[in-house]
Ligand binder design. Structure first.
Ligand code: ANZ
Ligand code: ZN
Length: 833
């Protein structure tokens, strides 16, 4: 077949995409006996348009999917839609378009755009989380978890916007006011549904070291997020009350240095212990704290402040009374909501003690160096471990040992114990929103007067999201939207058959993304969320690609969920993903994150239309290592377009004379050079893909093409055969990056099959040994030795090799080096005096 002289991506790309579709080349399960690879990218929220971040995300997965397919694996590479969520609902509040309609339209246009880039998706497994076929399983999971005590209803503090009359997210609170309407935001106690993820905190933490192929930055963030803290609880009795308060401390060794204790302003003991003369003060302070946004209140730069309650607590060991304060820096939902303050050994406590003239008592002396003076003379807290002083029976013990002994003594006396506290909280997942999964709960006044909630029987799932009059229901204020839909909320009680009301709240969309990766395995299975037999084959996901911003929420939630799925006998594994790749940000040409905010966006469609998908793909992969950010460069896009044109021209120029040549060796001279260029490229690209360095892979192909141009027109049979071989190899090497041009070249050079179904070629080791160059080694211009080093060795490498030669060593001995001369690829000269 003759080759067009000009590279016209627009005329070939659609054709190959259609061929891939027709042949079903990306269907998983085509090689049932081959080992599997499950390659996955985080499923997108279908906003109207795809941006470069998406393009990059999917490309990283695509390179692996195609590469592994060529490596002989049975590859699963699916795509779907995180279709529920706020943006569609907020848009509906603005313009009245039903979220379902908008979402459907968005999916259509998003999908059409994705398709222009030639990704290797198995579309037969497409999943849409807003379909009852999908979300009914969210409801099923909810009921299973409820059964096992892993879902519960709790009261918790939420941000309540006094203008919108609704709960808003932390991110929507700006300086204590609502981002949308600027009204005041208050902390409010509201009932909500929560998953008991903290039951798995330790397990999620313990398994982090097994995630060997996750970026350290992500596992570190998860470790911090879970925030295990080993310490002790210590009980202080309240003077004159039949009450006790418990503090949590990580430094029980400093217990004798405690000179006051502090309760959170909303601690339940505050009202009980506060003395009448302090009540007004305390109440005013607590009220001010309640009105303050928590993140602000706890900010590092926020001035520490508090008030005395008038009450005293009794030190558990000495019986001495210490004053009880309340202060802004103690939070009620960490530890026990109360702290023992040790100003001599804690910076925060020290500043507070100085501010309010509270005593400072030194109980830890540094193990080495200067001793601390009396508490009154300190200018700062001494926070390191050391040796205990003035600490009763524990005096003289090192801190670490004291912690163990003091906790044991407290426990023996019934005054405390060693404990572990976690920063991680349970996952509150109910939302006052319409566009999400209805929570399958019914409230019946007769059977359930406490409003605990009666589960919807399993055979009544799915609880379908009702159609609504958008204008009437989605107002953005007041009750959850579903509460306004009478046909939905009014139902009958599953227990007594009497009138009852449905739960009007819906689930956080993070529930949807907890298990979608398993739904792809059997997307239409209707006996369970997915077929556990099929899951045995495909799980875990081998490669997962997504943004690092999901380090804690999604990536922690789905690890939790995978454990749940194991518990339910569905998942064969505890951990969902073996290798995690977090891609860097695509910045605009101005170095700022590409997007609407800075008006520096480049639409993928314009690049595809102007240069073709292969250029868009190759450029994005070439622009930097997948995990690093890069700045968009129009010049580099042009450069990559020119490179692909050069590939084409090379192939087209030699096509007529070399494509049909048969020859059986030997190869030398130019022919050998041609083969060496191709095989070295193959080696380099294979290694680059394995170690996630796609940019150097592309660079390797560019160099190879330059080398093939440099050898000139093939003349002998050997040269022609070598060139034809190089072109065939090049086509296959290009497949993960620029698959359309790859298939076109392969076909022109005689291939009858799609490149992705061909094996990834093996390089010939004999052809990739690096060239070795001899260097003359001189001392003061006189030849002393010759060293042979790799052609690309650096000056330092050559010098080191030269200095290692015996003859050179002795010539340099006792002399002072004045100068070192380096002539690349020829000689080095040591000038000594
Ligand atoms: C006495 C003490 C002495 C403390 C000392 C530290 C140093 P992490 O490591 O983050 O767990 N704390 C405990 N509960 C608190 C709460 N609800 N709000 C604010 N602070 C709280 O921190 C544990 C330490 O934070 C605890 O140890 C306690 O102060 C404080 F030389 O107790 B420490
Ligand atoms: Zn009832």
């Amino acid at each position: 077949m003759a080759m067009n002289e000009r590279y016209e991506p627009q005329s070939i790309e659609g054709k190959w995409q259609a061929r891939w579709d027709e042949e079903g080349i990306f269907r998983a399960g085509r090689r049932p006996d081959a080992p599997k690879k499950y390659v996955l990218e985080m499923l997108p929220y279908p906003s109207g348009q795809m941006h470069m971040g998406h393009v990059r995300n999917y490309l990283i997965g695509d390179v692996y999917a195609r590469y592994y397919q060529m490596r002989g694996f049975d590859v699963l590479h699916p795509m779907g839609w995180d279709a529920f969520g706020l943006p569609a609902e907020n848009a509906a509040i603005k313009d009245g378009v039903h979220p379902a309609i908008r979402t459907r339209e968005n999916i259509e246009s998003f999908k059409a755009e994705i398709k222009t880039l030639g990704y290797s998706y198995d579309w037969s497994r497409e999943v849409n989380t807003s379909q009852p076929e999908y979300y009914r399983w969210n409801q099923w999971f909810f009921l299973q978890l409820l059964d096992r005590g892993l879902v519960y209803r709790r009261f918790s503090k939420v941000n309540w916007c006094t203008g919108c009359h609704t709960v808003i997210a932390n991110e929507q609170v700006k300086d204590g006011r609502c981002e949308r309407c600027s009204s005041e935001v208050l902390d409010k106690e509201m009932p909500e549904w929560a998953f008991r993820i903290t039951k798995y905190s330790q397990d999620l933490l313990d398994a982090l070291p097994t995630l060997k192929q996750w970026p350290d930055s992500i596992t570190t963030r998860q470790r911090d997020w879970i925030g295990r803290s080993d310490g002790a609880e210590v009980e202080f009795r309240v003077q004159g009350h039949d009450a006790a308060l418990r503090v949590f401390t990580t430094r029980v060794d400093t217990l004798f240095g405690c000179t006051y204790v502090v309760l959170a302003p909303d601690h339940k003991l505050v009202a009980q212990v506060t003395k009448p003369e302090q009540r007004a003060n305390v109440e005013a302070f607590a009220k001010r704290m309640a009105a303050q946004n928590k993140t602000e209140r706890l900010g590092e730069d926020t001035e520490k402040e508090g008030v005395f309650t008038g009450a005293h607590a009794l030190h558990p060991f000495t019986g001495q009374p210490v004053p009880i304060w309340i202060a802004n820096f103690v939070v009620s939902d960490y530890g026990t909501g109360a702290v023992m303050s040790v100003p001599a050994h804690d910076e925060r406590d020290f500043a507070f003690a100085r501010k309010y003239s509270l005593p400072v008592r030194v109980v830890i002396q540094p193990a080495k160096g200067d001793k601390l003076g009396a508490g009154e003379t300190l200018t700062e807290a001494s926070t390191d471990d050391g040796v205990l002083v003035d600490s009763g029976d524990f005096t003289g013990l090192p801190s670490a040992e004291a912690r163990v002994k003091m906790a044991a003594t407290l426990e023996a006396q019934g005054k405390g114990k060693a404990t572990v506290t976690y920063r991680q909280r349970d996952w509150g997942f109910s939302r006052q929103r319409y566009w999400g999964t209805p929570i399958p709960i019914i409230y019946c006044e007769k059977c359930d007067p406490e409003r605990k909630g009666i589960p919807v029987p399993l055979d009544q799932l799915p609880v379908r999201l009702p159609d609504i009059d958008t204008q009437e229901v989605l107002t953005g204020r007041g009750e959850p939207p579903l509460a306004k839909v009478a046909s939905f909320v009014n139902t009958t009680c599953p227990k007594c058959g009497g009138p009852a009301r449905r739960e009007a709240e819906t689930m956080d969309t993070f529930v949807d993304s907890c298990w979608y990766f398993a739904r792809y395995l059997s997307p239409h299975y209707d006996a369970a969320p997915f077929d556990p037999e099929v899951a045995k084959h495909w799980l875990p996901v081998d490669v997962y690609v997504g943004g690092p911003e999901h380090g804690t929420m999604h990536l922690l939630y789905f690890r939790f969920w995978t454990r749940i799925m194991k518990l339910l006998g569905l998942s064969p594994v505890d951990e969902p993903v073996t290798r995690l790749i977090t891609q860097g940000i695509v910045n605009g040409a101005d170095g700022r994150k590409m997007g609407k905010r800075y008006g520096n966006g480049v639409a993928p469609s314009t690049i595809v239309q102007k240069y073709g998908a292969d250029t868009a793909r190759t450029y994005v992969l070439f622009a930097g290592p997948p995990e690093r950010d890069f700045d968009w460069s129009p010049d580099q896009v042009e450069g990559v377009a020119r490179f692909l044109k050069r590939v084409w021209t090379l192939a087209a120029t030699h096509h007529a004379s070399v494509a049909d040549v048969t020859y059986d060796g030997p190869y030398e001279g130019k022919a050998l050079e041609t083969r060496r260029a191709a095989h070295k490229c193959l080696k380099r690209v294979s290694e680059a893909i394995e170690r996630l360095s796609f940019n150097t892979g592309v660079a390797g192909i560019m160099e190879c093409v330059n080398a093939l141009y440099a050898v000139g027109t093939p003349e002998t049979q050997a040269e022609k055969a070598a060139m034809a071989e190089a072109m065939r190899l090049l086509a296959r090497i290009l497949t993960p990056f620029a698959p359309h041009i790859a298939d076109e070249l392969a076909e022109a050079y005689g291939s009858k099959v799609l490149t992705v179904s061909e094996a990834w070629p093996e390089f010939d080791p004999a052809l990739v040994v690096d060239d070795v160059i001899p260097y003359a080694v001189q001392v003061n211009g006189k030849l002393r030795a010759e060293v042979r080093v790799a052609a690309d060795a650096s000056e330092a490498d050559v010098r080191a090799a030269a200095e290692a030669e015996e003859k050179v060593k002795s010539a340099l001995e006792g002399k002072t080096l004045r100068k070192f001369v380096f002539v690349p690829k020829r000689l080095v000269n040591f000038v000594v005096g």
